[in-house]
Design a protein around this ligand. Structure first.
Ligand code: FES
Length: 104
């Protein structure tokens, strides 16, 4: 895993509004939750739905295709939607100037 500085800055993110990114060829969903950015694999483990287009409720994102739900803090599928499998989650670091680094 390499730490990559992404184009998006923390000030560009809105609480609970995911964005989709390509980081080193990996599709990543980045979202601000509780004022902190979190990154998980954005390709749903069920059938490849785009999690960056999913709705957020608290720390949970819902896949727009068949509603699997994932905790964005660790990528884990929630037990109530077992058709999804745990998503990879990536470490995120924010510099004092608001630049964001993602380990993906
Ligand atoms: S593709 Fe995400 S729940 Fe089916």
């Amino acid at each position: 895993m390499a730490s990559t500085k992404i184009q998006v800055k923390k000030a560009d993110l809105k609480e609970g509004k995911p964005v989709g990114l390509d980081v080193n060829g990996k599709k990543v969903m980045l979202v601000l939750f509780g004022g902190k950015p979190y990154a998980i694999n954005s390709v749903c483990s069920h059938r490849g739905g785009p999690l960056e287009k999913g709705a957020m409720n608290g720390n949970v994102v819902t896949c727009p295709w068949h509603s699997a739900q994932y905790n964005v803090e660790n990528g884990n599928v929630i037990p109530q939607t077992p058709w999804g499998k745990h998503q990879d989650s990536y470490k995120v670091k924010v510099d004092p100037d608001g630049s964001i680094w993602v380990d993906a």
